[in-house]
Design a protein around this ligand. Structure first.
Ligand code: SAH
Length: 252
């Protein structure tokens, strides 16, 4: 059995209770070396083997899954954040299907949520934005043209941009090309959210690149963009005295 587990954004106590139990029970852990805090490996049994997926090909992972399955061993494939976001689990699941090895997935706290928590931000502020776009700049992995950054930016909603700390000048240009954000639109760079070395830099769309350069941030950063990052004074209907809900009678 292979359990895909979301490790959370960094801090070892942000894994789910289920994820922690699976780590405790595993005979083999294959973890994303560069993005998962090694402190999470403290949860493992003494005799549990550990492999670093950063040094492996998909074929080598397949061999490890197969060998473990033949030995009746339990495997945890530990992914940073949530496995469904830029986790490349789809190809691993296809492989497990071909090999006839059973698997399941345990979610985790994605880093875009860890970054929002570091900023005490709400992505969905009434009348400001009710949608979040999760996306990335094209790097060595291309992004489909229909999802180009400028198209995404043309919505002007709350955005969480992964895997793009190395392309911030281009990101600024693309965000502006969407025609809604301006150079003054609030933005933030959160480096290693929830890790001890976390850095939170509030800036604006026009100062993303210079802020990262000044702070020496080149990777493992979440870029958040949108007016949600600024206090708006807006309030929701949910706690409005005049608003009736299933649980509370409003004054009007
Ligand atoms: N599955 C992961 C994302 C993996 S892709 C998740 O759900 O978070 C790797 C990218 O995620 C990095 O380039 C960075 O943009 C982001 N990332 C991962 N951990 C992060 C953290 N602790 N703080 C900020 N960004 C992080």
């Amino acid at each position: 059995m292979v359990h895909f587990v979301g490790a959370g954004p960094g801090a070892a106590d942000l894994i789910t209770l289920r994820g922690k139990r699976l780590l405790e029970e595993a005979d083999l852990i294959i973890y994303a070396g560069s993005l998962v805090d090694p402190a999470l490996l403290d949860y493992k049994k003494a005799e549990c083997r550990v492999m670093n997926s950063a040094e492996m090909t998909l074929e080598q992972m397949g061999d490890a899954f197969k060998e473990a399955a033949e030995g009746g061993l339990t495997v945890v494939r530990l992914h940073s954040g949530d496995p469904s976001i830029y986790g490349a689990i789809r190809e691993q699941i296809d492989l497990l299907e071909r090999l006839g090895i059973p698997y399941d997935v345990t979610p985790g706290v994605s880093s875009f949520l860890g970054a929002a928590a570091a900023l005490s931000a709400e992505f969905t502020v009434p009348e400001i934005s009710q949608s979040i776009i999760i996306t990335r700049m094209a790097g060595r992995t291309p992004v489909p043209e229909k999802e180009s950054m400028r198209r995404m930016a043309s919505h002007g909603c709350s955005m969480a941009v992964f895997l793009s700390a190395g392309f911030l000048k281009e990101l600024e240009e693309e965000l502006l090309a969407g025609g809604i954000y301006t150079k003054q639109t609030p933005a933030a760079i959160v480096y290693k959210a929830t890790w001890p070395e976390e850095k939170v830099c509030r800036c604006s769309v026009g100062t993303l690149a210079e802020t990262a350069a000044r702070e020496g941030i080149r990777k493992t950063a979440m870029i958040l963009v949108g007016d949600f990052l600024e206090s708006s004074g807006k309030r929701s209907l949910l706690y409005d005295p005049a608003f009736t809900t299933e649980y509370r009678k409003g004054s009007q």
